[in-house]
Design a protein around this ligand. Structure first.
Ligand code: BGC
Ligand code: ZN
Ligand code: ZN
Length: 361
């Protein structure tokens, strides 16, 4: 693609050469997410090709297999399944130097397939092992979910860290008495609901419509309560009371505004989704309420290597405890060679879609 020009094309591009310290990875599959759609529609403000080029390879969710191990590399073998991490440091700040560009201080970080670095929707990838996460072979079918899940593992870490400001545990030292509301039931809403359940919280997931069949089945296995928010959150408040955690995946300012009365004392409001629509009118009285309730509001994006690794362990445990739900998260596979179909997938989300995989074979 050629950001900010909308549209994508399928092209032969020169393969970067293997310099010492790199391995060559054959890409097996890519995942598609809302960000890819924003980038390919020319709507994402941070989408920019690498300096000196007017095009960029799209994609930041990938699973591949090591094909060739270059000189001066260690830790990887031919045949290993790997996933690349998708944000790289600015090279200047301490957080980036420590492997945490998700907290880059300068804002000079780059993201594959989004900001100034080629992405992963290509046949091969030349990469340094430090940017590759080894994937257990038994997770081959669902491993692609580890990229979006890594963003959420990092986010839930952050929530627990911030909530460490108070006594957040229940009487039995679990989180069973704590209530979380997730707004939006796309892939991120689904994954974070499952993750918050893994941590023992009581989870409500909301969307402004009746649940889809697949959502009903997933939520019933995982033990998440679905709420139709088409007429606001009043009924939920009556039924369940206020929330300790609200995790917004919609990014819609009007949705977020309608959530404010649900926030309990000492609650945590996570901004995860981003959108280009919507507006919120915050009164000074709203601000006063947020102050006296001690609400923490945190913007969250991007997981790094430790989060990818833990995401893979979560997926492995979910395969055991929620075997049906986990399988249902991948709703479709499209072969890359069927490029017209790939284009359609990148243009819009289909009815009932959770995660679409693009397959390279
Ligand atoms: C990716 C994140 C990234 C964010 C912002 C998401 O789609 O999964 O890792 O930081 O977009 O570009
Ligand atoms: Zn993404
Ligand atoms: Zn930095």
């Amino acid at each position: 693609m050629r950001p900010p020009t909308p549209g994508v094309s399928f092209e032969d591009v020169p393969e970067p050469s293997m310099v010492p310290g790199t391995v060559k990875v054959r890409i097996l599959e890519n995942g598609v997410c809302g960000t890819d759609r924003e980038v390919s529609a020319g709507r994402l403000l941070t989408a920019r090709p690498p300096p000196g080029k007017d095009w960029m390879i799209l994609g930041h969710e990938a699973l591949g297999q090591v094909e060739k191990v270059g000189e001066g590399t260690s830790g990887l073998e031919e045949g290993d399944l790997v996933m690349p991490i998708n944000r790289r440091g600015c090279g200047q700040c301490m957080n980036c130097q420590m492997g945490r560009p998700d907290h880059c201080e300068t804002g000079g970080f780059r993201e594959n397939g989004i900001t100034e670095l080629d992405g992963f929707m290509s046949e091969t990838l030349i990469e340094q092992p430090r940017y590759l996460v080894v994937v257990p072979k038994n997770l081959r079918d669902i491993a692609i979910l580890a990229q979006p899940l890594s963003d959420l593992v990092k986010s839930v870490d952050e929530m627990l860290h911030v909530q460490g400001r108070l006594h957040f545990q229940c009487e039995d030292y679990t989180l069973n008495c704590r209530r979380a509301l997730v707004t939006g039931t796309g892939p991120i809403g689904m994954l974070v609901s499952m993750l918050l359940r893994t941590y023992g919280m009581k989870v409500y997931a909301a969307n402004r419509r009746e649940p889809k069949e697949v959502e009903k089945r997933i939520f019933s296995e995982v033990g998440v309560q679905y709420y139709n928010s088409s007429s606001g959150y009043g009924e939920l408040y009556k039924e369940a009371g206020g929330m300790d955690v609200i995790f917004d995946t919609t990014g819609k300012a009007d949705v977020i505004h309608s959530l404010l009365p649900l926030l309990r004392n000492n609650s945590f409001l996570a901004f995860f989704g981003f959108s280009s629509e919507g507006m919120m009118n915050l009164t000074s009285l709203d601000v006063q309420r947020l102050i006296f309730k001690g609400v923490a509001m945190v913007g969250l994006a991007n997981g790094q290597k430790p989060h990818f690794e833990r995401a893979l362990w979560h997926l492995a445990s979910w395969k055991t405890v929620w075997p049906e739900a986990v399988k249902m998260l991948i709703t479709r596979e499209v072969r890359v060679q069927e490029f017209d179909e790939v284009k359609r997938v990148l243009e819009r989300k289909e009815e009932g879609e959770i995660k679409v995989k693009l397959i390279w074979s």
